[in-house]
Write a protein that binds this ligand. Structure first.
Ligand code: ZN
Length: 163
């Protein structure tokens, strides 16, 4: 792949693209690999811990997550197949500037996904990683955390982790 990485513009909550349902990816090709790379770079540039493709205007079921545990999770067609427990926690979102909110999410999940080599994988995640993955998968269905939050706070500046 001969191409420089590109930082893409992040859509914010007034953009209708964030409310659409994304389509599954049927095959891994260079476009999908470029999308994953651009999403990863865009997430780091924005200092977020996760990003979903619709946040950069691409309606495909692709997410990237890096909560700082030493892994960059790049997931294609992610699907939660098991979840357990409930936990209330604070979330922010790169597409919802200057707000944060308390959201109930599962404490543990099992997620199935395809990796960028086209292999089917599964991951057991808990606590903040589970939260971040749930938040990103919601983006693929046009759901923002502000839709399901118990409480929403206006922030003077972004101080929470943005997913
Ligand atoms: Zn988000």
């Amino acid at each position: 792949m001969v191409r420089n990485m590109a930082i893409r513009k992040i859509k914010t909550d007034l953009d209708p693209v964030l409310r659409k349902v994304s389509r599954p990816v049927d095959e891994i090709n260079d476009r999908i690999k470029i999308l994953l790379e651009d999403m990863t770079q865009t997430m780091y540039k924005a200092e977020g811990v996760g990003l979903a493709a619709p946040q950069i205007g691409v309606l495909r079921r692709v997410i990237v997550v890096d909560i700082g545990d030493g892994n960059v999770y790049k997931m294609i067609n992610p699907k939660i197949i098991e979840s357990d427990g409930k936990e209330l926690g604070l979330e922010g979102c790169l597409s919802v500037p200057n707000r944060s909110g308390n959201v109930i999410r599962p404490k543990t999940i099992k997620v199935e996904y395809m990796d960028e080599e086209g292999n089917q994988n599964s991951l057991d995640a808990n606590d903040f990683l589970a939260r971040a993955i749930c938040h990103e998968i919601d983006h693929l269905d046009g759901i923002l955390y502000i839709d399901i939050a118990e409480e929403i706070f206006e922030l003077v500046e972004d101080t929470e982790e943005q997913i």
